[in-house]
Design a protein around this ligand. Structure first.
Ligand code: SF4
Ligand code: SF4
Length: 432
C-alpha cells in the first residue's frame, strides 16, 4: 500500500498536555481549543459596514450562493450580495467601488437568502457614507441637486407640476382651491407630472377617476417628490427633507385616502413616512381601482396579447401582485400572458434604488441594460407573432422600456403601456 505523505501544519498550536473543562485532552486532539488565526484578512471594513445602522446583515452571509442566480445584475455582469460580502471581508469598504451603485435594491436576493442579508438596508447605509464623502456618480449628484432645489428629480419648477391637467379633457381640481375635504387625495408623482410619457398616464387617470365619479383632488405645485429613490441611493437627509415638506402639506388638508401612481411613493408613504409622523391609508392606483372594476364601462376591446411587468416596489417589496392583473383581465379583448420572471420572481427594470438616474454610469459596468433584458423577455412572451403589449404600473417604466424597445431593435413588436392607459383606451368609444 502506498504511504500517504505527512502534511506539516505549522500554524496549528498543539500542547503536549492540556486539560479543557476538567477533561484531559493531550496531544493532537487539543488543537481545536487553541486560539489561532483563521484568516489573514483585515476585519476593519466589515466592522465598519456592520457598525452602520442598516449595515449589520452583510456579515451574516455564509456564501451559500442562493442569491447569485436571482440577482438581475448578475445576469449582465458579476454581482450579488455574496460578492459584496467577499469584497468587504477582504478589506474593501465599497466607497470607491462601482459595485456600490449597481444594486437596484430590487430585493430578489433578500427573498431567497437564508441569512436575511438585506441590500435594501445595507446599500443605503454604505451609500450614505459615500454621499457624505462626496463620492457620488456625477449624474446622480445632479439629480440630488434637482431634488434639493426644485423638489423633483427632473429639475422642473414646482409651479409647473400641474401643467399636464390643461390637456386632460376633464377638470382636475387642486385641493387648495376646493376648500373642502375630498375622498381621494391623488398624489401624482414626479414622472407622471413632468415626463411626457408619464403625463399620458396622468391624463388617463384623471379621465378614469372622473368617469367613475370619484371625489378627488391633487396637490399641484404643493407636491414634492416622495424621496424614496433618493433614500435608497444614500441621501437620507434629502429624503427626510422632502418627506417633511410633504407631511406638512398633507396635514393641511382632509381626505380619506391617499392614492399614488408610483410604487416608490407607495413604499415611502406606507413604510417610511410613519416614522416621520404621517400615517394614513395609502393605495397604489391599481389597488384603488381593482375593487371598482365592475363599475368601469368598457366600450372598445384591446385585441392584443399583453404581459405585465411587476414593479419591484409594488410586487416583491410590498406584496401586491393581484390588483394590476385583476384590472388587466377585466379589459375586454386582452389576453394576459405571464413572462417567465413574474410575480415574486419579477425582473427589475433597472430603475430602482437610484438606478433611474445612473444609466450612463451603470452602462460602463454591465453587458446590457436590465430594461433591455426585460424587453427581450417580453418580446419572447407576447411579441413573436405580431405586436404585443408590455403593461406597466410604475411611472419610471414607459420611457425606460420604450428606449429599450428601440435599442434592442424591437420596434413594431412591443408596445409599452401603463395599465391606466389601457383602461382609458378601452373606455373610449370604438373608432368609427
Ligand atoms: S443568499 Fe444570502 S447567505 Fe447565501 S450567498 Fe447570498 S447573501 Fe450570502
Ligand atoms: S437587491 Fe436585487 S440588484 Fe441588489 S443585489 Fe439583490 S438581487 Fe441584486
Amino acid at each position: 500500500m502506498q504511504e500517504l505523505p505527512i502534511v506539516k501544519v505549522d500554524r496549528i498550536i498543539e500542547s503536549d498536555h492540556a486539560v479543557i473543562d476538567g477533561i484531559d485532552i493531550s496531544g493532537r486532539w487539543n488543537r481545536m481549543f487553541s486560539q489561532r488565526a483563521i484568516t489573514e484578512y483585515p476585519t476593519e471594513a466589515m466592522d465598519w459596514v456592520t457598525g452602520l445602522a442598516g449595515g449589520e446583515s452583510l456579515r451574516s452571509c455564509y456564501q451559500c450562493g442562493k442569491c447569485v442566480p436571482v440577482c438581475p445584475v448578475q445576469h449582465v455582469g458579476n454581482y450579488g450580495p455574496r460578492k459584496l460580502n467577499v469584497k468587504v471581508l477582504r478589506g474593501n469598504n465599497l466607497l470607491d467601488d462601482p459595485d456600490l451603485w449597481l444594486c437596484t435594491t430590487c430585493g430578489n436576493c433578500y427573498r431567497v437568502c437564508p441569512k436575511e442579508v438585506n441590500p435594501l438596508e445595507f446599500m443605503p447605509a454604505i451609500r450614505e457614507q459615500a454621499v457624505l464623502e462626496g463620492k457620488v456618480p456625477a449624474e446622480l449628484q445632479k439629480v440630488f441637486e434637482n431634488l434639493q432645489r426644485q423638489g423633483n428629480p427632473l429639475g422642473e419648477p414646482a409651479r409647473r407640476r400641474a401643467d399636464w391637467t390643461a390637456d386632460a379633457g376633464v377638470p382636475v381640481p387642486l385641493i387648495s382651491e376646493l376648500g373642502r375635504p375630498v375622498d381621494v387625495l391623488w398624489y401624482v408623482s414626479d414622472y407622471t407630472s413632468y415626463h411626457p410619457r408619464g403625463r399620458d398616464a396622468a391624463r388617463a387617470m384623471a379621465r378614469v377617476l372622473t368617469a367613475l365619479g370619484v371625489d378627488f383632488a391633487i396637490l399641484g405645485a404643493e407636491e414634492r417628490s416622495d424621496g424614496d429613490s433618493a433614500r435608497l441611493a444614500g441621501e437620507a437627509g434629502l429624503f427626510e427633507m422632502l418627506a417633511e415638506q410633504n407631511i406638512k402639506t398633507l396635514r393641511k388638508y382632509r381626505f380619506n385616502r391617499l392614492v399614488v401612481m408610483d410604487p416608490h411613493a407607495y413604499n415611502a408613504f406606507k413604510n417610511h413616512y410613519p416614522r416621520l409622523g404621517w400615517e394614513g391609508e395609502v393605495l397604489h392606483y391599481t389597488q384603488f381601482l381593482a375593487p371598482l372594476v365592475d363599475r368601469i364601462e368598457f366600450r372598445s376591446p384591446v385585441e392584443l396579447e399583453v404581459t405585465y411587468h411587476d414593479p419591484c416596489y409594488l410586487g416583491r417589496n410590498n406584496g401586491e401582485y393581484d390588483a394590476p392583473r385583476r384590472l388587466l383581465e377585466a379589459i375586454p379583448g386582452i389576453r394576459l400572458v405571464e413572462m417567465p420572471h413574474s410575480r415574486s420572481n419579477g425582473y427589475c427594470c433597472g430603475g430602482g434604488g437610484g438606478g433611474m438616474w445612473l444609466d450612463g454610469f451603470v452602462a460602463d459596468h454591465v453587458s446590457e441594460r436590465l430594461s433591455e433584458r426585460r424587453v427581450r423577455e417580453a418580446v419572447a412572451t407576447v411579441g413573436m407573432d405580431g405586436t404585443g403589449i408590455l403593461s406597466v404600473a410604475c411611472p419610471y417604466e414607459p420611457s425606460r422600456f420604450e428606449d429599450a424597445v428601440k435599442s434592442t431593435g424591437n420596434d413594431g413588436r412591443l408596445i409599452v403601456r401603463d395599465i391606466i392607459e389601457l383602461i382609458d383606451q378601452a373606455m373610449q368609444p370604438p373608432a368609427p
